[in-house]
Design a protein around this ligand. Sequence first.
Ligand SMILES: NC(=O)C1=CN([C@@H]2O[C@H](COP(=O)(O)OP(=O)(O)OC[C@H]3O[C@@H](n4cnc5c(N)ncnc54)[C@H](OP(=O)(O)O)[C@@H]3O)[C@@H](O)[C@H]2O)C=CC1
Ligand SMILES: O=C(O)CCC(=O)C(=O)O
Length: 440
Amino acid sequence: MDELRERNPGQDEFVQAVGEVARDVFDWIADKPEYTDAQILRRLTEPDRIVSFRVCWEDDDHRIRVERGWRVQNNNAIGPYKGGLRFHPSVTESVLKFLAFEQTFKNALTGLPLGGGKGGSSFDPKGKSDAEIMRFCQSFMTELYRHIGPHTDVPAGDIGVGSREIGYLFGQYKRIVNRWEGAITGKGLGWGGSELRPEATGFGAVYFLRRMLDHAGDSLEGKSVVLSGAGNVALHAAQKLIESGAKVLTLSDSDGFIHDADGIDQGKLDWIKALKQERRGRIKEYVEEYPDAEYHGDGAQPWDVDCDIAMPCATQNEIDEDDAKALIDHDVLAVVEGANMPTTHAAARAIRDAGILFAPAKAANAGGVAVSGLEMSQNAERVSWNHEKLDNQLTDLMAEIHDKCVEHGADKDGKVDYARGANIAGFEKVAGAMLAFGVV
Ligand SMILES: NC(=O)C1=CN([C@@H]2O[C@H](COP(=O)(O)OP(=O)(O)OC[C@H]3O[C@@H](n4cnc5c(N)ncnc54)[C@H](OP(=O)(O)O)[C@@H]3O)[C@@H](O)[C@H]2O)C=CC1
Ligand SMILES: O=C(O)CCC(=O)C(=O)O
């Protein structure tokens, strides 16, 4: 780890993500010289390649803007690089390297032939017109297209990249290469997208949670849940929680959170979806429509709200040690990571040490990329599977991921360390392929 820190100066998020995996994998490979001799873990921490490029675009006032774009292609041992694109001011090379590293293990856990990658830009889509977003996306793809393709690297959405951005990106890709091919997932239903892809990450996280509670002899019925975020993952997780009989208490954006002690029901959630996905408004507007709810501003987070289950679904490191302490004091039953690495290292350790069920992101939020993998299969076969078939596949996939975590994470007393299980199961799969390829 010291050497990794030296080789990646200032890349705290990347070092954090590697540390989380290494801690579990070191112990597991201690008596397996085939992995240590071949330096597999060390090789996994050096991305296959990182492409960085200039993205030049013109705003509505005819000013020329210059941003930086990246694609981190971490590892393609088991399939083409696969992972989303993030447009957010917090994006750095370190953030994308951590996400691509995590993605490699997550994609391996799905059981589908998908390698790991991630990309994006510190471009901020907030407050930009549709025309500005289109010009940025077209410029971004004018460089990215030469590094991707259905057998090479297949990007998708992530923070700040939803169906609108995917449309502009795919339209430009198709125009440049003059081929209709599934080089991006998360496409619209009318143009090669898959049923259930928008819902898949949030639904999948709840399917994982249900299986985890079932394994512990409990259920979701009547449980209160605190959620962060109000984007793709949070809103679909909330929908499935409500359908599963749970009570959703909070949602948030980067300005603050709403707390509705009566619970956010399907009608209220539909109102929030229209607010966020159509009007692109702020979560605080909820209390104007539903005055019995409270709004906590100034970037406040919901982790001190009394609940049974916490689901961070916004961004990395949103739960720190103090937040973990609040959750432990409230005696929560489970923490489920909908976002990627939303829990700091110290917070995750405190939560796991307190005996709270902890579903790590690379297992719990793998439903999104899994349905992306199914979108790739549908595109290759020129077919469309229906919602029911995909929902059954997603349910089965999440159950299989859960069971892999149990297989590699169960202690002698029957308690399951899901993070350890996910890290070892993902590593074993990728490492097996890397060993087969020799020294490359
Ligand atoms: N979309 C997918 O299929 C998948 C997403 N994920 C992960 O889930 C998380 C959320 O992604 P997704 O829902 O797609 O993204 P969206 O852009 O749809 O929504 C992100 C939400 O999180 C909030 N948020 C983002 N950054 C911050 C921040 N720095 N501080 C506080 N709030 C923030 C946003 O608020 P605001 O609008 O104010 O910025 C918004 O409500 C990410 O970690 C992503 O990597 C993981 C697997 C798949
Ligand atoms: O569907 C995909 O390829 C992207 C998913 C993703 O970015 C993630 O799992 O974090």
